[in-house]
Write a protein that binds this ligand. Sequence first.
Ligand code: HEC
Ligand code: HEC
Ligand code: HEC
Ligand code: HEC
Length: 363
Amino acid sequence: MARFECNRCHEGAGQPVVGRNKHCVRCHQEILDGRFDVDAVTLRRWQGNLRSLPAVPSLTGIGRRLRRDWLAKYLQQPTDLRPALPAMMPSLALGDTQARRIATWLVPDEGPAITLPASPAQLSLGRTLIEQKGCGSCHAFSGVPALPATPPPIALRDAERRLGLLLAPDLRYSRERLQSGSLVGWLRDPKSLKPDTAMPTIPLSEAEAMAIASYLMQAPLSAITPVPVPVRLPLLARRVSFVEVNEQVLRRTCWHCHSTPEFAMGDGGPGNTGGFGFRPRGLNLASYAEVLSGSLDDAGQRRSIFLPLPDGTPRLVAVLLARQRELAGQPVPGLRGMPLGLPALSKEQIQLVESWIAQGRPQ
Ligand code: HEC
Ligand code: HEC
Ligand code: HEC
Ligand code: HEC
């Protein structure tokens, strides 16, 4: 795990703690909470731009909660589990064997599965309790009738509610992800399995928690409509300059992973000097000259990011389109979608980049 620097986003699982200037999430949180030591004007500007990685689940106690097979699959092809979190687990350069090894390290000893009662009366009791106990104020549950947003019958501070909402998984995935043996214990006392969890303790009797667990694991699920791949817009007829592309796309979203050590505080970001287990690609998107100088291929040779792939699409555009496809569950073999682990650019932003390239990349 050390090679992949999981600890630059996740705490827990016995990993060494890294300093703030290396930690994507802690630094962003300090900025968003106004605790970062910088002048007020800069702080406000940063806060206005910053949306990515505002929080992340810790890996504490993961071995007692998640299923190993699910984890091995997820590490290789992450999906969006938390609808309110504007970031996902990035797709890392991890093969099948590595993913299995990490999953076995994180979940060395899965507890025995249990069978939960599944009678219609039990499921209907579970549903009623989920509505009454306010689970829907934080959780989505796609595939069953929408949960009401009733608040839970306990007092929560604003910060707890905000973090709880950001980090609450869609309950649709519970049955694939969770060890059934620890679920009732989790529902009654989440902190007993994960001391730093943002899930609050809502008083439930053993029988109530059992009924809820039955509903979570066994309520019939309807298929979810797949996220459509956005249409590709035609090239713009008006002139597009680098200044505009930089403002609308590169500076706004890409610089933090593809820029200079001065900007990215310490290194040029994982997309330039390497990180998260990626080889250095040497791609700096922070100036016109650097963008033109391209990136390093697998053999360490410089190549242009504008060179067309076999279907005629320039590589830069292809990686942006690949991100849209990844989010629709259709990853493109051999291309990693950009921005890595973040929402895809809008079709208008991609149109802008594509038009700029087609116009000969004017400055
Ligand atoms: C750039 C930040 C980043 C890095 C690096 C990263 N992750 Fe994640 N990871 C995330 C985010 C964000 C989520 C939550 C995504 C969601 O739930 O939609 C996540 C989710 C997870 C989850 C699911 C946890 C849960 O309770 O749902 C596991 C397990 C995980 N990551 C393991 C790893 C491992 C192992 C590594 C290193 C090999 C790693 N991550 C590296 C950002 C990161
Ligand atoms: C030392 C603090 C710090 C660290 C560490 C840090 N960031 Fe940032 N990040 C910022 C600031 C400040 C901004 C806003 C910059 C601006 O306004 O131009 C930002 C902006 C971003 C943006 C663009 C805005 C957005 O929210 O989409 C992305 C993407 C991003 N960071 C990703 C990362 C990733 C990935 C890491 C870890 C490799 C990381 N950051 C580490 C401080 C940090
Ligand atoms: C204040 C917001 C909040 C409320 C209310 C809440 N939860 Fe959660 N829940 C969370 C968060 C945050 C997590 C993720 C915890 C973590 O990984 O540390 C979570 C995790 C879970 C999980 C594990 C899901 C997974 O895939 O990892 C289940 C199951 C769950 N909650 C069920 C419930 C039920 C049932 C209720 C109502 C009795 C409820 N929650 C109420 C915030 C909330
Ligand atoms: C969270 C960090 C992160 C963000 C944000 C990000 N990238 Fe990347 N990017 C990477 C990493 C890491 C690689 C290397 C991937 C690999 O080796 O498979 C990469 C690779 C690339 C490549 C391929 C280079 C090559 O020759 O294979 C392109 C092009 C690219 N990024 C463009 C962008 C653009 C444009 C944006 C903004 C819209 C962006 N990236 C945002 C981390 C990031």
